[in-house]
Design a protein around this ligand. Sequence first.
Ligand code: AMP
Ligand code: MG
Length: 314
Amino acid sequence: MKTVLTNDPLEAAEYIKRGGIVAFPTETVYGLGANVFDEQAVAKIFEAKRRPADNPLIAHISEIEQIGELATKVTKNAGKFIRSFFPGPLTIVLPKSDAVPYIATAGLETIGVRMPRFELAQCFIAACGVPVVAPSANLSGRPSPTTWQAVAEDLDGRANCILQGDPTEIGLESTVVDCTGDIPLLLRQGAVSLAQLQAIVPETRNYEPITGELPKSPGLSHRHYSPVAEVIILDHKFEISNFKSGAAYIGVNERGERFQVTRICLSAEEYASAIFEFFRECDRRGIKTIYCETVEETGIGSALMDRLRRAAEG
Ligand code: AMP
Ligand code: MG
């Protein structure tokens, strides 16, 4: 398959209308989209990404009214979050409507819905005329793409089109909150923090899977976000034990060791927006070990630490 590159959202939307799959930029990471109501098109996303079929997708909308096509009801708490955080990096999980095929939700009775605030994403989704279901536009298990070039690295020849936009602003995937019950449950950390959600609905809490029960957010148990290199997390106060030469370092504090690649970030926000591309850059350069400094677990720091831990497990 030839992958067309374009910076025209209307041209990119044509591929969705014809049942194809298109990578597009949002403020979080690049997504790989299809018409949510077209089962065959949605199946192509799983195939292109080599994504396990039990990992649900998020439906992206350009207008609040589109939630009515995707969900049977908007719960009271969901309504509050929508008013506070849409458009933005928050995905709310609602009971799915019959129109949404199970392939999109990995067999779940619920659907994740998000309205990106990135203008190019909004123009593209609006031009598609339907909600666009999209996971991150990487090969499964690889770091999520934050530039169109990173998308091309993984999906050239596997997607119909890449909508070329700027590098993403946040650089980590959206916060996911389950709003199907009385108490909102934070399923995945992102740029909208637990504290921000609790400021709107104080009962909101972290989801903890009950043993023996199916996890509410299946995708989180998959290997994720990993570069080929080994990732080692370290606190800047600690010395590196068994320092490995030819290593890379990313963090907010300088260190004494000599690394082959170093990235010092000015803030946790900058660190979060740089991390996935840094992982990819290290892989391109054949780095074997990446040292990542810990950050305080507040605001975007919680989401960043979550991704670093998963990358270190990978
Ligand atoms: P990705 O866009 O690749 O980060 O993948 C979307 C992630 O959102 C999944 O791996 C799940 O963790 C979460 N998600 C999407 N839809 C649902 C849903 N209906 N219920 C729970 N979690 C969901
Ligand atoms: Mg993903």
